[in-house]
Design a protein around this ligand. Structure first.
Ligand code: ATP
Length: 196
């Protein structure tokens, strides 16, 4: 049965931690493909406004250009509003009957997974790939949840740290793909607005 990895997040911006985890998931779970799904509005970050969807999408698309097994899908951005995982997964199970669907989540989110919208139905549609975060203990949940812990490659970098570094004028090369650093620079993302 073919297997598809689904990687949701704000990707504000995409960083090397995301890409390493995506590659680890492809290899360890023997996925056929993996799709990045930038959220319109994350249910976990109410009250925060991510950078413009167009800029987040551009960074993802340019970083993944030429990749054979990884791609970007903007369905959550097109749907708009809060991006609930179950709605996205229902759409993929409609589109791809007969495929195994596996949703990537950070180990830090596992304890609250049963509180996500329509969690039990979600757990029947998708299996979960658990991303190790440095310092997080191994997470478990009873059935119907099906969890697959990932081994590679925890990297202690976050999008908020990248945004803070840009704001402070610190370099971000080696933490993000080169094209992401370029888009941030050219489009003046994450910098404080200078007033006279
Ligand atoms: P922020 O710092 O703004 O909260 P983030 O770096 O956690 O952002 P998101 O786009 O919100 O990035 O994360 C999308 C997914 O990627 C989440 O499941 C998150 O757990 C995972 N993730 C984020 N950073 C890393 C990392 N360094 N290594 C592995 N997975 C990560």
């Amino acid at each position: 049965m073919p297997a598809l990895g689904l990687f949701g997040g704000s990707f504000d911006p995409l960083h090397l931690g995301h890409l390493l985890v995506a590659q680890a998931a492809l290899e360890e779970l023997v996925l056929d493909r993996l799709v990045f799904l930038p959220a319109a509005q994350s249910p976990f970050k109410p009250g925060t406004t991510p950078a413009l969807a167009a800029a987040r999408l551009r960074m993802l698309r340019q970083s993944l250009a030429g990749q054979v097994r990884m791609s970007v899908d903007d369905l959550e951005i097109r749907r708009g509003g809060v991006s609930f995982t179950v709605e996205t997964c229902r759409e993929f199970s409609r589109r791809l009957p007969g495929w195994r669907l596996l949703w990537l989540i950070g180990a830090d989110h596992v304890p609250t997974l049963p509180l996500w919208r329509d969690a039990e139905q979600l757990a029947r549609i998708v299996e979960f790939i658990i991303i190790p975060r440095p310092g997080e203990p191994q997470a478990t949940l009873p059935p119907p949840y099906r969890l697959h812990p990932l081994r590679g490659w925890p990297l202690k970098v976050s999008s908020s740290e990248i945004r803070d570094r840009v704001k402070a004028g610190l370099p971000i090369h080696h933490l993000v793909p080169a094209v992401v650093a370029e888009v941030i620079e050219c489009e003046n993302l994450y910098r404080p607005i200078l007033r006279r």
